[in-house]
Design a protein around this ligand. Structure first.
Ligand code: P6P
Length: 292
């Protein structure tokens, strides 16, 4: 199984430069919407097609699911590894030329699966440089992918490790919360008023960019339950579980408001979940604020 997981991560590494190179010229919206009712850019579809083709071709992978597709794509051969992707997280940032990411969740159970069935999780962040953060075997490793020098498929693109033990700094610095302020429930808004006195606002509209800030500087990111959407916006299989797994592997905590995201019961492929991740004490304070 370990070899299959490595092979999936290698395919993501090889595909990242193509996804990045493909962003230019794919900023127009498609006619149809994704299963969450969101408009898709041509860049979303392009990234999804590349990842599906390559990940399903890995021996041992049984299925591929994507935030952009209604149905799970079964591999031709059975396999014990089931992969869920958000091919281009934060793609609405493309028009404003801000960061975006690719999220990969590697489960050893058929989807929808609980976060405890994750065997690895990773994200690629398309920022000033392209980095890749991988959590597996209770360790988080940061890599750099030199897209500029290796943008042809199959050229043996490598990910170069730059930090073999990524851990959340103990002194938190930044916070970022999604949704509109008037749409926050009172208990969450009360928590925010405290956090605002202590930390600096960093919110960029693409979860991977905001999570990367928390991982680098310490703090808290949330896309909470809203008055208008009690399950929030983010999807458990494609965003909540993998990011919760990465942050918990880096010594932080995740929560749906009352429990680890990894303990949330999966009910459907595109189910949404309130997402809160960051330093353990900040998440504990959040759960206390929401329980009062
Ligand atoms: P809003 C991007 O569309 C996304 O799914 C996450 O990456 C991000 O955290 C959130 O939605 C941003 O949502 O409501 O601030 O545009």
């Amino acid at each position: 199984m370990s070899d299959v997981i490595t092979a999936v991560l290698d395919e993501v590494t090889e595909t990242a430069p193509e996804i990045r190179a493909g962003l230019t010229g794919r900023r127009e919206y498609q006619a149809d919407e994704n299963p969450s009712g969101e408009q898709m850019l041509a860049a979303d579809v392009h990234a999804d097609q590349l990842l599906e083709e390559r990940i399903l071709a890995v021996d041992g992978v049984g299925s591929y699911a994507s935030e952009e597709r209604d149905e799970i794509q079964e591999a031709e051969e059975d396999g014990d590894i089931h992969v869920a992707c958000d091919p281009l997280d934060g793609s609405s940032n493309l028009k404003s030329n801000n960061v975006m990411g690719t999220i990969v969740a590697v489960y050893d159970e058929p989807l929808p699966a609980p976060g405890r069935a994750l065997r690895a999780a990773a994200y690629v962040l398309y920022g000033p440089i392209t980095n890749m953060v991988v959590a597996r075997d209770d360790t988080v490793t940061e890599y750099v992918i030199d897209c500029e020098t290796q943008n042809a498929p199959g050229t043996g693109i490598e990910r170069r490790p730059v930090d073999g033990d990524v851990t959340l700094p103990s002194d938190p610095v930044v916070y970022g919360f999604g949704g509109r302020v008037p749409d926050w429930p009172d208990d969450f808004a009360s928590y925010v008023r405290d956090i605002e006195q202590e930390l600096k606002l960093r919110y960029g509209g693409a979860m991977i960019g905001d999570v990367s800030q928390v991982l680098e500087y310490g703090g808290v990111f949330a896309y909470p339950a809203l008055e208008s959407a009690t399950n929030g916006k983010l999807r458990l299989q494609f965003e909540g579980n993998p990011i919760g797994y990465i942050i918990e592997s880096a010594g932080g905590r995740s929560s749906d408001g009352s429990q680890s995201l990894l303990d949330v019961e999966p009910t459907e492929l595109h189910q949404r979940v309130p997402v809160h991740i960051g330093n353990a004490d900040l998440i504990e304070r959040l759960e206390t604020a929401l329980s009062d």
